[in-house]
Ligand binder design. Structure first.
Ligand code: ADP
Ligand code: MG
Length: 401
């Protein structure tokens, strides 16, 4: 699960990471009092930031033509005008794809006097089975580009998960960022806090871009996490009630929300061949083989090892809600799964939805004879696949026709 910047900053603050307290606004009515409050606290500028689950907002543009999802306002009127251009509008950034994301929330914060921008992230390095801290002096910009063109500018430090981040490691990263004097210790403290945020919330990624050296109100240099992005491990969400409450359904694909109600693992894709499969590995292999024979999968869908008739029916309905779907491939290998349950589910779903699209079914394994009998006696027009390759070729051909 992903959360918004303003929510990420709450979690970071709880772990001692210096952030600017801001005010999240869901409607224009809330914007003026929020901006007034921030100006009254001594800020010379107010930053209006679109909250969407994607980065690159600063350089993004709205479908309305308005440029920039992050704007600096010098007056309350400006802040209100920017907010009016952002709220309810669709923001397109490098990370959103061309469809963009509708902005439902704005974060208003004080404008900081930025002297330097760095990059800092903690993520899970699966290859090394360890948390990895990445830091770079090239902050504020596209880190993928830095990684590609000047990989030597990204400093990496692996953390032993049983020990946690050692003070010397935090200082080493601080020094690698070129921090000097008092800022080294401040940096080490901030880096430890970011690691703590990652660890305690079961995050898969915490990214601060930019992490800034700023000129504070007293004229001294200080550090500030100006942006924050956190992705969380869904499998650990059950133990974080506070984070569950941060879920923003507006940011999730409607079909995926529907699927999660039935405990179905569904991810929408761009192709035209829907697939209904049991087991994640088989589902991936099915997508591969569709592609191999020249088709394009419309989704990933794993109905699980022990799906019920109701789940199969729900899965069919969800698949059919995608207007791009031109054909369906059911690929079931019954290990735990009873093929006849799937067959009964298919028959019920086809009758209930009045399916007219080509449907290719490949059943194999546990109770397959009864399953095939159910399908044969149903009177439905469906195409039987004798193997995975056969089924994939048949569905690709049917959709092309
Ligand atoms: P994104 O990464 O989605 O573009 P950021 O929060 O990183 O969004 O903002 C983009 C840029 O806007 C930052 O790199 C920074 O230069 C500027 N910015 C963001 N917040 C502030 C702030 N509070 N004060 C001054 N500048 C800011
Ligand atoms: Mg950023």
């Amino acid at each position: 699960m992903n959360i918004h910047e303003y929510q990420a900053k709450e979690l970071l603050a709880q772990c001692g990471v210096p952030i600017q307290l801001g005010i999240a606004c869901q409607s224009l009515d809330e914007v003026r009092p929020a901006a007034e409050k921030i100006f009254a606290s001594g800020a010379s500028r107010v930053v209006v930031k679109s909250q969407i689950h994607a980065g690159g907002r600063g350089k993004g543009s709205f479908k309305s033509g308005f440029q920039g999802g992050v704007k600096l306002a010098a007056t309350c009127e400006d802040a209100l005008a920017f907010a009016g251009q952002m709220l309810g509008q669709v923001l397109v950034t490098k990370q959103t794809g061309s469809e963009g994301r509708k902005v439902g929330t704005l974060l208003l914060t004080a404008g900081a006097h930025i002297k330097k921008e760095f990059y800092l992230a903690v993520l899970l390095d699966r290859a090394n089975s360890r948390p990895l801290i990445m830091a770079s002096t090239e902050g504020g910009m596209d880190i993928e580009e830095v990684a590609e063109k000047t990989p030597e500018k990204i400093f990496k430090e692996w953390i032993d998960p049983a020990v946690g981040i050692m003070p010397y490691q935090a200082r080493k990263i601080s020094a690698a960022l070129g921090l000097r004097g008092d800022l080294i210790a401040l940096g080490a403290k901030l880096i430890s806090g970011v690691y703590k945020t990652w660890w305690e919330n079961d995050a898969t990624m915490v990214e601060i871009n930019p992490l800034c050296v700023i000129e504070a109100a007293d004229g001294k240099e200080a550090l500030l996490a100006l942006d924050g992005k956190i992705s969380l491990d869904d499998n650990a969400l059950y133990r974080h009630k506070n984070i569950q409450a941060m879920r923003d359904l507006n940011e999730e694909a409607p079909l995926e929300i529907e699927a999660s109600k039935f405990n179905l693992n569904y991810i929408k894709l761009d192709g035209s061949i829907a697939c209904l499969v049991n087991g994640a590995g088989l589902a991936m292999a099915t997508m591969d083989i569709i592609q191999h024979f020249g088709g394009n999968p419309a989704n990933f869908l794993d109905v699980g090892g022990g799906a019920s008739k109701e789940q199969v029916t729900a899965a069919f309905k969800i698949i059919l809600m995608d207007p791009h779907v031109k054909g369906i491939l059911v690929n079931i290998f019954g290990g735990i799964m009873d093929c006849n349950v799937i067959a009964t589910g298919i028959v019920a779903a086809v009758k209930e939805t009045g399916l007219t699209l080509p449907l290719v079914v490949r059943l194999e394994g546990n109770n397959v004879v009864a399953g095939q009998k159910t399908l044969a006696e149903s009177g439905l027009t469906l195409i039987t696949g004798t193997s995975m390759a056969d089924a994939a070729q048949k569905v690709v051909k049917a959709v092309a026709a």
